[in-house]
Write a new protein. Structure first.
Length: 173
């Protein structure tokens, strides 16, 4: 695109889009958990643990979360996620399902077990995976996930889904 001064605009914009079909096909989400304190974290207080082994998916998801004004931590597999949750419980976990070592389903089961034992506070766990079959959704929910989101996911859909569970900072238009 030429600008008025004769220079060519070389700015590139990355747009990741998908339909919101996952929102329509997923079962209705349970009411957001209010945690031990009974209150959702205020904007700026929440932090999201992203559990993802793929470097490209890590970059995209971390950028989306940063654009939403959320603090984040990264775990590359289920064991790292367990270790990080024991050090500091997140406000929400975005969990990939298929990872080396401990997969996301086993990690979710172990986190829920620790929560049931009172060793961790309750926080939402959202599957973020390319697995989109009804049986995949059922497996996620059975493992203790609160919601099942499918990849690729666009920014606005992810923001809408996270807003069910967290008070997000307002975006500037």
């Amino acid at each position: 695109m030429d600008r008025n001064d004769g220079h060519r605009n070389t700015e590139t914009t990355l747009v990741l889009m998908t339909s919101d079909a996952s929102a329509k096909s997923s079962p209705p989400a349970a009411a957001p958990d209010q945690g031990v304190s009974g209150q959702r974290p205020a904007p700026g207080e929440a932090f999201v643990l992203l559990v993802e082994d793929n470097p490209i998916n890590q970059v995209v998801a971390l950028e989306f979360l940063a654009l939403m004004g959320l603090k984040t931590q990264l775990a590359r597999n289920g064991q790292e996620a367990l270790d990080q949750c024991e050090r500091a419980a997140p406000s929400l976990v975005l969990m990939d399902i298929q990872m080396p070592g401990m997969d996301g389903l086993e990690c979710a089961r172990r986190l829920r077990e620790q929560q049931a034992q009172g060793r961790l506070p309750r926080f939402p766990i959202l599957a973020l995976t390319a697995h989109a079959l009804d049986s995949d959704v059922a497996d996620s929910l059975k493992a203790g996930m609160d919601e099942h989101l499918t990849k690729p996911l666009d920014f606005l859909t992810l923001r809408r889904r996270l807003a069910r569970w967290l008070d997000l900072p307002q975006l500037n238009d």
